[in-house]
Every structure is written in structure tokens, then in C-alpha cells.
Design a binder for this molecule. Structure first.
Ligand SMILES: [Zn+2]
Length: 201
């Protein structure tokens, strides 16, 4: 814990503001810093808590089959999720939310987003593409198809909990290619909205 004094930004009194900061380790979350401001002249008080934990950019790759649909997935706000074999990619947008789910839950979110995109699609080849993706997801769920689930998080808060999950560091090049924007399919024929799949189930 540390204390220092500063001029009060509210009443402008000289060195009347006591600033107390304290850091604390919260299990499974990281290091946080609590700061409290208190002015002895005007009584202004403010408390704030910020996460100061610095984590390495991380990438998880998991070969998904019927046996690991239950593997736990922690997806942070900043994570890009890709299933290259099916041509699915969801990138973080301004409305992105983090969630805790499992592999099956991630597939369901993809499914829901593709169905929404399908309902908006007008061109036949776009519809066919969406139908194909839905069939592929179905085959993954019932064990007929294996695909790779890739999570890339430049802030390192995401986790895929499975013995078969491969954790690696993101390269500088990979981090550069990660976007924050709207979710799109890799072929960019169908646009899916991150909002449709980011709500907690
Ligand atoms: Zn004051």
C-alpha cells in the first residue's frame, strides 16, 4: 500500500488530496490495483479498481472431435475465433463480450450467427455456402468431421482447457493481422454480426 498527496482537482486546495493505492492478486483473474482519492478540504472521494495484469499474447489450437466438445473455453473480448476447415472466422468488434462456454457452445454460437446471415442472404451461392457451413457444423457435432478451433488473443486472457489443446505464443506478424472490427466469413461473401453470437448462452 502506498500513500501520496496531491492538489485537489475539485476544490484546488494545495496538497489536500490523499491518494492511496493498493495492489492485490485475485485468483484466476490476475493483479488488480485499487486506488482511493480523498480530499481533506472538500471531502471529495473517489475509488477505482483497474486490472493491471500483463499477459502474453496467446494462441490456442484444438483439433475438435466428438470427444472434446465439452472442453471448456474462456473467450475474452479481444479474441478472434477461427475454424479454417469450414471457413468461419469471428473477429472482435466494439460490442464484443467475453464468455465462458465449451467447444459445443462455441459451435452453437457460430451456428446461430450463420442462420441469421442465411436469413438475410439473397444470392443463391451465398445461401448455398451458409447451408454447407451449417451441415459441416452438424457433422462436427456428431463426430463425422474433425476441425481445428483456433483462438487468438493479443491480451492473453483466453483459455482452452483440454489436454489436446496446443498453447502457443502469437507471432508479431499474427498480432498485426488480428483485427478489431466486424465479424466476417473468410470468403467475405456472408457477413455475420458478432452481436448474434456474443451473447452469453
Ligand atoms: Zn478538495
Amino acid at each position: 500500500m502506498s500513500k501520496m498527496f496531491a492538489d485537489c482537482p475539485i476544490c484546488n486546495a494545495h496538497q489536500s488530496m490523499e491518494v492511496t493505492t493498493k495492489t492485490e492478486i485475485i485468483p484466476y483473474f490476475g493483479e488488480i490495483m485499487e486506488s482511493t482519492l480523498l480530499c481533506s478540504e472538500c471531502g471529495y472521494k473517489h475509488a477505482d479498481t483497474i486490472c493491471i495484469d500483463q499477459k502474453e499474447p496467446v494462441k490456442y489450437t484444438l483439433l475438435v472431435g466428438k470427444d472434446n466438445l465439452n472442453a471448456r473455453v474462456v473467450k475474452s473480448q479481444s479474441t478472434t475465433i477461427t475454424i479454417p476447415e469450414i471457413g468461419l472466422k469471428v473477429e472482435p468488434g466494439p460490442q464484443s463480450q467475453g464468455y465462458v462456454s465449451n467447444v459445443e457452445g462455441v459451435l452453437k454460437r457460430f451456428e446461430k450467427a450463420v442462420k441469421t446471415a442465411l436469413s438475410w442472404a439473397e444470392e443463391d451461392h451465398v445461401k448455398q455456402n451458409a447451408v454447407q457451413i451449417l451441415e459441416d457444423i452438424e457433422r462436427v457435432k456428431n463426430g463425422q468431421k474433425k476441425v481445428t478451433l483456433v483462438l487468438e488473443d493479443p491480451f492473453g486472457h483466453s483459455i482452452v482447457m483440454d489436454d489436446a489443446a496446443v498453447r502457443s505464443e502469437l507471432t508479431v506478424e499474427e498480432i498485426k493481422n488480428l483485427k478489431t472490427g466486424f465479424a466476417t466469413f473468410e470468403n467475405e461473401e456472408l457477413e455475420i454480426n458478432e452481436d448474434d453470437e456474443s451473447k452469453p448462452s
